[in-house]
Design a protein around this ligand. Structure first.
Ligand SMILES: [Fe+2]
Ligand SMILES: [Fe+2]
Length: 422
């Protein structure tokens, strides 16, 4: 059984690398400002979680894969190191010029090492993942060309050379004298606010004043609102789910010792929110909205990042998501009047995804509470999280001034004018 055991061990290593990639690369998402880049990272996080999932299912059929989901210290050190860098774009090059290409090498090594017939089930997976990894590097390439920090790439390469590559397939090189692990000195901290690059900002896109706010709450419910205006407002709402992308991303890192199944569902949740945001991001320009006039709302990130991970996850799933269905159902009915099949489809998938997210909440909130030593009932915890959110809202909410004057920025009244001509 030596051959089986050896391949099982290599699969275990690949599983751990994919899992650590997901856990750590996600912290870059709120830190990078390019919207398309945020979406791409969410997609890679999801696909990498998928690799880890399939590898662990196959691995558990083989002697040698081992039990549990834990990651070895030597891998953890390298991934912890990879996020101890000031500039997130430099951080990105570390992942995509060093750690991911090494993962591609590791998959290729696996394919060369294993028996094509005996280990065919693993081979099929690995062949597919090689194609994915090559594509990931290609997809990220346009973003990497903007930066060029050879020192950081070299630093991570040296750390990885200490292992001889992820599978120990190359020569191990002892770490040079004086090599410093930054992560040992420097605790990781999520940023107090999220990066939206060149986009104008505000505290919230929801309000009551059509001269000032793009989503006028009363208009969403009012049967006399033109359905075309409702459609524009719901696409803005969806696009601003980018805040969920930014405040959900840190939870992987915050729950380092969580079972992998939790991170797998979080990865799905994250990718769903990025697609919901993309629904708005892609449709609004087609409906004649200039995205340069749409301010991005930062309140939810700014408030929620002050809360503990279980509180943040409780607010997200049990309050915002669970509480959104009634209004969204009404909005879906109104949009249906327009015979806009694509809009109907996007809203229907959004609704289905959100129902799934609430189910994730029921499944994982007790687990995240447990990881943070929260005792007591889930209901009581959700209630106390609501109270704390209200208190923190006073302190951290409403602090982002409008980047644009009411004359320039997108408002309810401007949406009305756009709807007339679109
Ligand atoms: Fe969503
Ligand atoms: Fe959601």
């Amino acid at each position: 059984m030596a051959a089986v055991k050896e391949m099982g061990q290599l699969l275990r290593m690949l599983f751990e690398v994919e899992r650590e990639f997901v856990r750590t690369v996600a912290v870059l998402i709120p830190r990078v400002g390019n919207i398309e880049l945020k979406y791409l990272l969410c997609q890679h996080v999801w696909e990498s979680a998928g690799h880890a999932r399939f590898i662990s299912e196959r691995g558990r059929e083989l002697t040698g894969f081992g039990k549990g989901d834990a990651v070895r210290e030597s891998y953890r050190s390298i991934f912890e190191e990879a996020i101890r860098v000031e500039d997130p774009m430099v951080g990105l090059t570390g992942f995509y010029k060093v750690l991911k290409p090494a993962l591609l090498d590791a998959y290729r090594h696996y394919l060369e090492s294993t028996h094509h017939l005996a280990d065919w089930p693993s081979r099929k997976l690995v062949e597919e993942f090689i194609v994915d990894e090559e594509r990931h590097l290609r997809e990220m390439d346009p973003y990497l060309s903007q930066t060029n920090d050879r020192d950081w790439e070299q630093h991570l390469s040296i750390a990885l050379d200490g292992l001889g590559g992820w599978l120990g397939e190359s020569d191990r090189k002892a770490l040079p004298e004086g090599f410093d692990w930054n992560w040992e000195e420097l605790p990781y901290r999520h940023p107090d606010t999220c990066n939206r690059g060149e986009y104008p900002l505000c505290s919230s896109v929801f309000g009551h004043d059509p001269e000032s706010d793009p989503i006028v709450r009363e208009w969403l419910e009012d049967p006399n609102t033109d359905a075309r205006v409702v459609r524009l407002m719901v696409f803005i709402w969806l696009m601003m789910e980018l805040d969920a992308v930014d405040y959900l991303s840190p939870i992987f890192y915050d729950t380092t010792d969580a079972p992998f199944d939790l991170h797998y569902d979080l990865a799905r949740h994250l990718w769903d929110e990025s697609r919901h945001s993309a629904f708005g991001y892609r449709q609004l320009p087609k409906l004649k909205v200039d995205l340069g006039t749409l301010e991005h709302s930062l309140d939810l990130y700014n408030i929620l990042i002050q809360m503990s991970p279980p509180e943040r996850y409780a607010m997200m799933t049990m309050e915002f998501e669970a509480g959104s269905f009634a209004t969204k159902a009404h909005v879906m009915d109104r949009v249906r009047e327009l015979s806009d099949f694509e809009a109907d489809t996007l809203l229907a998938f959004d609704r289905n995804d959100e129902q799934q997210h609430v189910r994730f909440g029921h499944r994982w909130l007790p687990e995240i509470m447990r990881l943070f030593g929260e005792e007591g009932s889930v209901e009581a915890f959700v209630e106390s999280s609501r109270k704390r959110f209200k208190a923190l809202e006073k302190e951290f909410g409403g602090k982002t001034p409008h980047s644009l004057s009411p004359e320039v920025r997108l408002t309810g009244n401007k949406l009305r004018a756009i709807a007339e001509v679109a």
